[in-house]
Every structure is written in C-alpha cells, then in structure tokens.
Design a protein around this ligand. Structure first.
Ligand SMILES: [Zn+2]
Ligand SMILES: [Zn+2]
Length: 187
C-alpha cells in the first residue's frame, strides 16, 4: 500500500493533446494573458511557519480575487465562484481552442515544456491553494513524493529547491535498534 499522500492539488498525469505545429504563438499569447491576470488579481498572503528549533520561514503565497475577476469578466479561467473560499476552488484554464483541454491553472506557465503531460506539478510550499508560479515546479511523481521527506531550504538537495521542510522530514516514527544489539554489533 502506498502510504505517501500526494500533496493535495497535484494534478497528476493530465493528458494534453500534442501541440500542433504553428500553435506555439497562440499558446504563448494565452500564457501571457494568464500571467497578466495573475499579477492583476493576486492577493498576497504571508504564511509564517515556525519550527521546533525556533526557525521561521515566511512564504509569500498568492490567491486570486475571484469575485473581482468575475466582475471584470476575465476570460479563460473556469471555476471562478464568489463567496467560496479560494482554497475550495478548482480553477482550470480553457485551452480547448488550442486542443489542450482545460488544465489546472498552475500548469499554465509550463504549457510549452516538452513532456509536460508526463510530469507532475509540485507545490514547493506544500500549499495546495497557492497560485504563485515561483512556488511550483514540474517533475516526475517520484521526485514529487521525495519532497515530503526533504528538510528543505538550505538543506534541500533538489535541483529546484524546496522552500520549506516537507511534512515528514523528521521521521517521527523512526526507532533505532536496541542498545544491546548495537553493542553486540560493535564488539
Ligand atoms: Zn505559495
Ligand atoms: Zn527538497
């Protein structure tokens, strides 16, 4: 049984259609529109995490002002609702005219990456609701799971660094071998 929970919000192995020749410019325009809207409607949330050793980490996570986006008639975003907590919205980006379906919005910055359809979106902040593109990366499912046990920040050895410790980095259930066995092994 796989006991490693996949971070909530990871949209794994979304299957895109192949990007057709000549579609790049159109897709690029839609990516640019997406980034413009993210910048225009973002609400910054300071997330301060404190650890037992008294270190603190301050993450600048973003949500979107869904209500204002609806009022302003922002295009292509699907799933916007007023009076619903942002974390409960499952926002998609409409790329059906480009034959790319409706991927989760956090995948949009990666749309032109080769093999994007075989890779998992990872939340470097372990905040499923955050839309700050600097808090996301694309990687294999194995690498995604590996982040759950990573100490993060300056101790992280990932190529794209974890910006906080993973939820299981401390190995709290770990028990070492009994002392008498250790003594026997060392004698
Ligand atoms: Zn974040
Ligand atoms: Zn890491």
């Amino acid at each position: 049984m796989n006991t490693f929970p996949i971070p909530i919000g990871s949209d794994i192995y979304i299957s895109f259609f192949k990007i057709k020749r000549g579609m790049q410019a159109k897709i690029q325009r839609k990516i640019d529109y997406y980034i413009d809207k993210i910048m225009e409607y973002k609400i910054e949330r300071d997330i301060v995490l404190e650890y037992e050793d008294r270190t603190t980490i301050n993450l600048e996570c973003w949500e979107l002002d869904a209500e204002r986006m609806i009022d302003d008639g922002v295009k292509y975003f699907r799933g916007l609702k007023a009076n619903v907590a942002f974390a409960d919205l499952h926002l998609q980006y409409d790329l059906r005219p480009e034959n790319l379906g409706r991927p989760g919005i956090r995948r949009v910055p990666f749309l032109l990456e080769e093999n994007a359809n075989q890779l998992t979106l990872s939340h470097l902040d372990h905040m499923s609701w955050c839309v700050n593109p600097m808090h996301h990366c694309l990687e294999s499912l194995d690498d995604n799971k590996g982040r759950n046990g990573c100490p993060g920040c300056e101790l992280c050895r990932h190529r794209v660094r974890c910006i906080r410790p993973g939820p299981y980095y401390m190995g709290e259930s770990s028990i070492s071998i009994p002392l008498y066995i250790l003594n026997r092994l060392n004698n």
